[in-house]
Design a protein. Structure first.
Length: 88
């Protein structure tokens, strides 16, 4: 970090402070909480037009949610590779 600041021509001022000290609040601009809650509403999600829901298209192939394959494989597909035996 020091090398990056030196390359950018920045000379930092270092101040030793402890949590709760007035100097720390001055440096960071910290303020006491107002007590008023902040409410941020999420924007409504837009669904693409003309496409089906991915969960519906998968449901027909795999069956119902929570039903894995017998033996606990859980829908993972394995690929068998040929065994050519020991190297000659």
């Amino acid at each position: 970090m020091n090398r990056l600041m030196a390359s950018a021509g920045i000379t930092p001022r270092v101040t030793q402070v402890r949590s709760g000290e007035e100097e720390l609040s001055r440096i960071t601009g910290a303020q006491a909480p107002s007590g008023v809650p902040v409410v941020i509403a999420a924007p409504p999600a837009e669904r693409p037009r003309g496409t089906s829901s991915p969960s519906r298209s998968r449901r027909g192939r795999r069956g119902r949610a929570g039903q894995g394959r017998p033996g606990g494989e859980g829908g993972r597909r394995t690929q068998r590779r040929p065994d050519f035996g020991p190297a000659a």
